[in-house]
Design a protein around this ligand. Sequence first.
Ligand code: GLC
Length: 407
Amino acid sequence: MKILFYNHTGQVSGAERLLLMILARLHRDAVEPVVVCPEQDSLAEMVSDLGVPVETLGALEARFTWQVNHLARYCKSFFGVIRQFRRRVITIEPDLIHANSIRAGLVATAATYGLGTRVVWHLHDMLPLHPLSTLIRVFALLSSRTRMIAVSEAVARNFRGRFSSPLKNRVSVILNAIDLEKFRPDQTARRVIRRELRLREADPLIGIVGQLTPRKGQLELLRAFGQALPEMPHTVLLVAGAPLFNRDHEYLKTLERTALELGIRDRVRILGARNDIETIMQALDVLVVNSNVEPFGLVILEAMACGTPVLAAAVDGIPEIIEHDRNGWLVPPQDEGALAEAIIHLSRQPELRARLTEHGKQHVAAHFSAERYLTELQAYYRLSANFNWKALPADSTPGQAEAPKFA
Ligand code: GLC
């Protein structure tokens, strides 16, 4: 079966890392993948390196906004990309389109109007409280050939919103996964990276890894770290990641300024973009995930697999991965005091960290492997392709239908 994967941006963050994992591991005798994505940035090249054919089109420029002039520009971008995408679909003739975001899904469903192509939206994001979110849900509902895969139960619930009953069976959950061969404990890497950072083996190191943006809560972590530091003065905070969008460059400056103002600049290392996250993870004694919105949180799996204990805000998809005080440590979101306390608590208790690490490793291996993921996803594709979507009530989903209903 031929599947067209569409990614609306060429930048590689969590959703694209998952897509690359899928492409690398698809059973090529059963699935013939073709990727359509913008030419800019690194995704097209990375896909091509996997031996998967890529066709490029313009980048989609669209975000949630209240500003009418921006909305008009975004609409123009949508219509331009929809036209280009429709031409690709007509030549590629896929059996199914896997659209790797809500925005990609909107383009794919709109572009295939009248062609009858089945479209699966991969939901990696939470819809914000915004009138456009309601429009998106209605649009999805009205298309009987559109289904959704959510990366967590939290994302599925959020997408269904007030339409929980008609959208109930249209949205299936396939929890994300990682390549466990890439992320595993590695003492040599730990020593190398600590040397690079000029840290001694005994220096306590906590870190946050990911795009620099207010949603990831680096600023609040910095302040919580400032509160905790008098109790653990030798600890260093590592901030890995880069700003991807314009206003996030400002955020980076705010982080640097705040570290100076708090008098902790020498205890904070802002590393910028890194493509050796699996190595950085090894150097950390605790990974902190302090997002205020987090649909899933792939870094949590990556840290667990590398044997690094995780301290995270209990938000959105995160409690579906972490069980508090068993395989990780949870704190209430957006509570700097609680975060500071948890940082002190974990840094004082190596036995606790070792216990969380051990269970974390077991947990990720048992539930979040790429093998489990591809099995579920390919079963979903198989059912989707054989599935007579039209003959069934609009609220049925391939993965959840009963066997006799399939062709
Ligand atoms: C998005 C989400 C992140 C998730 C990733 C992969 O980047 O923000 O939480 O882990 O997609 O699904």
